[in-house]
Design a protein around this ligand. Structure first.
Ligand SMILES: [Zn+2]
Length: 291
């Protein structure tokens, strides 16, 4: 459609249609090819201005599609003149999640926070590394300063794997994120990994009531494998909730015999098994990153 409008010589209408797409709620990746087709019909300056407006209007709600849009633009129309997209990229960096105090706000005054994922970080690193060393360092420093928004395990490790698989060019942002991820994995791999030698289990029970104190003593006891609490349902439910909240290494079951019933807690190796699974994943991730 945009091509037809351009052939008719109606660039004003092309710009109007871009504005309509820009202000649609929830800009999605599916719109990107149409937007890119449209902006590239314009002069490079006008095209860059429109891309900046698109990012400004959509980055908070549609961070992923905005990152993908700039990454595509840099591989296409702006491949030879990446600096022209500096403004759009700076706008994107300004809208990254970070300090809630400086975040844009919704109509009720609550911070509006963009939600990054691994695909977005891979696009972001690719984009800033194509544009400028300073922006690349700034972007990487921001991402690494806010683990609350850019979690190492959930976002940065898979992002680094994507970048390695895609064989993206290596710049300052790539190096910073890659190094942080490798150090994170190596540090965890360096931690001791040993099955429990006796029945002592970590006791992080927050409550100090009589029953929870008994539970804590049981967890810390190196010789006792199981513990039975015969008590009213209210008490049993409370202790069960505390066990779940603390993530204690016990299997629980209720023995419905006699009155009141009994809660039986039997120690297991759940934490150790989780750490073993994590170690296997860390080793596989590290191998993938060094490929
Ligand atoms: Zn308690």
């Amino acid at each position: 459609m945009f091509g037809l409008l351009a052939r008719l010589g109606d660039l004003d209408l092309v710009e109007h249609m871009i504005d309509v797409l820009v202000h649609q709620q929830d800009h999605g990746k599916a719109d990107n090819p149409a937007l890119l087709e449209a902006v590239t019909l314009l002069s490079p300056d006008r095209a860059a201005e429109h891309l900046e407006k698109i990012v400004a209007a959509n980055a908070v709600n549609s961070l992923g599609p905005c990152g993908a849009l700039l990454a595509s633009a840099l591989k296409g129309a702006f491949a030879k003149t990446p600096m022209q997209l500096q403004g759009a990229v700076k706008t994107l960096l300004d809208l990254l999640p970070g300090d809630p105090a400086s975040a844009p706000q919704d109509q009720w005054g609550r911070p509006r926070v963009a939600k990054p994922d691994a695909a977005f970080i891979a696009d972001l690193v690719d984009v800033v590394d194509r544009i400028d060393h300073g922006l690349a360092r700034q972007a990487a420093a921001h991402v690494l300063a806010w683990p609350r928004h850019f979690d190492l395990d959930r976002i940065l490790v898979p992002a680094a794997k994507r970048l390695i698989q895609a064989k993206r060019r290596r710049g300052a942002a790539f190096d910073a994120v890659y190094t942080a991820v490798v150090v994170h994995l190596e540090t965890r791999i360096g931690e001791p990994l040993e099955a429990p030698r006796d029945w002592t289990r970590q006791s992080a029970i927050g409550c100090r009531c009589q029953h929870c104190a008994e539970l804590s003593a049981f967890l810390a006891d190196s010789t006792r494998e199981s513990w039975t609490l015969r008590a009213a349902q209210q008490v049993r439910t409370h202790v069960e909730n505390e066990i779940r909240r603390a993530g204690a290494d016990v299997d629980i079951q209720t023995l419905r015999r006699g009155s009141p019933h009994s809660l039986i807690a039997a120690k297991n190796q759940a934490s150790y098994k989780r750490r073993v699974a994590q170690r296997q994943k860390d080793l596989a991730d590290l191998a993938a990153l060094r490929r």
